[in-house]
Design a protein around this ligand. Structure first.
Ligand code: ATP
Length: 436
């Protein structure tokens, strides 16, 4: 039987959410392209996030930094030295594995040979390239493995231009690259992916409660976000990362894990990074990255709480949470309306009746100024409904012969399958009201 994951991947390909990358050339392992409706879903997620965590808050501002930074950044942050995973090879089949994700005492998961693994060694995940025409050591640069460092490197500029007072955060959405040893599980673990991150700067805490209360505020914010985007909360688990497993600079880390169809795995993270980052960059860059406390005039190095969200893992968790094939007749993607690629589909009842087509076109053209819409005139209306259900379109609007007389259309809801007659002049209000 097809697994839920296989069904999601096949829906994504069939309907244009996500395609295998470079497919006509045989693909490129674990690279994926977002198709026409996938990019809408992904952009809706990013816009909602930006609206919620940047534009709606006085204490967070955004940046959009370069993907390739001065390599000294990665020296100072510790990535060049420490950003690695433990790697083992199977001596028989030469397949490579992350030693922390398998039991090296078990037979090789690929060829089944026992006691076949090499000693574990550290493999750096930074993706290298050259900047400039000469491929020499002096020109080696790295694609950023996280968006976070730009928020520390730009801290001084942001502070000077915005005059923000602590506590405040800097947010960014953007691509990150990691030469993962074992990418896989569709868009869950890839070598090129997107992150939404906030570095939230606070005064050096005088007592634990000072940072703990802000950590708790962000923990709740992250839960609020997951609820807003329709993630099944009963499948979300908070994992308190124990001493010894946390990054060395972190005093506390929570991983938000989600029960993906292939198992419980990290979706998001929340960490208290102390003053590790700004301190290190101050020393390495010889720039003063301190903050002058307006109350005491003291110069302090802010501490940081970092909530981080993977965009692609969000897309996958949203798809998985909204995928409903409990009715064998009808597959429905119960996306929150805000995230749906199309808010409504417009149909003429029959495509060979010019008067219906032109009325439907008129409605389509007028509503698409305000809503992302799609048009369908193929097959019969029932088939069009199913086709829209599969991609999560909340409403279908059909123009029929009565519409020409009574100035009303049939609006059918994805979630209730109920149909109601709505005046054309009321459609905009109707959709705004529902989608809000
Ligand atoms: P993992 O343990 O799964 O490798 P991580 O702890 O290394 O993840 P972070 O460094 O905390 O991940 O990155 C922040 C977020 O970025 C993660 O919570 C996840 O949502 C996302 N992310 C990290 N690595 C990848 C990847 N290879 N592909 C897709 N998303 C990723």
């Amino acid at each position: 039987m097809e697994s839920k994951m296989d069904k999601i991947i096949s829906l994504c390909k069939r309907r244009g959410f996500v395609f295998p990358g470079s497919e006509i050339y045989g693909g490129l392992a674990n690279s994926w392209d977002y198709g026409p409706i996938g990019v809408e879903l992904k952009n809706n997620i990013k816009q909602l996030w930006w609206r919620r965590f940047v534009q709606s808050r006085d204490d967070v501002v955004g940046i959009d930094a370069a993907l390739i930074m001065n390599p000294k950044v990665w020296e100072a942050s510790g990535h060049l030295k420490n950003f690695s995973d433990p790697l083992v090879d199977c001596k028989k089949c030469h397949e490579r594995f992350r030693a922390d994700l398998i039991n090296v005492k078990d037979p090789c998961p690929n060829c089944g040979t026992k006691d076949s693994f090499t000693e574990s060694r550290q493999f750096n995940l930074m993706l290298k390239t050259f900047l400039g025409p000469a491929e020499e050591a002096a020109n080696i640069v790295y694609f950023r493995p996280e968006t976070a460092q730009a928020m520390f490197v730009d801290f001084k500029n942001v502070l000077q231009t915005t005059r923000k007072k602590l506590p405040f955060g800097i947010a960014q959405i953007g691509k990150a690259f990691r030469n993962e040893i074992t990418p896989g599980n569709f868009i869950f673990r890839t070598r090129e992916f997107e992150q939404m991150e906030i570095e939230y700067f606070i005064k050096p805490p005088k007592k634990d409660e000072d940072w703990q209360s802000i950590f708790e505020m962000w923990r709740k914010e992250m839960i609020g976000w997951m609820k807003e985007i329709g993630i099944e909360m009963e499948k979300v688990h908070e994992f308190e990362v124990p001493d010894g497993e946390r990054a060395h600079y972190s005093k506390r880390t929570i991983d938000f894990e989600y029960e993906f169809p292939f198992g419980k795995k990290e979706l998001y993270g929340l960490a208290y990074r102390t003053d590790f980052d700004l301190k290190n960059h101050s020393v390495a860059s010889k720039e003063d990255l301190s903050y002058a406390d307006p109350e005491t005039n003291e110069k302090i190095i802010p501490h940081v709480i970092e909530p981080t969200w993977g965009v692609d893992r969000t897309v996958l968790a949203v798809l998985s949470s909204s995928f409903d094939d409990s009715n064998p007749e009808r597959l429905v993607l119960k996306l929150p309306y805000k995230l749906a690629p199309y808010k409504a589909a417009v149909f003429p009842l029959l495509k060979n009746k010019p008067e219906l087509v032109s009325k439907a076109k008129e409605i389509y053209d007028s509503l698409r100024k305000d809503f992302m819409l799609t048009w369908d005139d193929r097959g019969n209306v029932g088939k069009r409904y199913y086709s829209q259900d599969e991609i999560g379109t909340p409403f279908c609007i059909t123009v029929d012969f009565d519409s020409l007389e009574d100035g009303a259309v049939t609006v059918r809801s994805r979630d209730t399958t109920k149909q109601e007659r709505i005046k054309i002049s009321e459609l905009k209000n109707y959709l705004s009201e529902k989608i809000k």
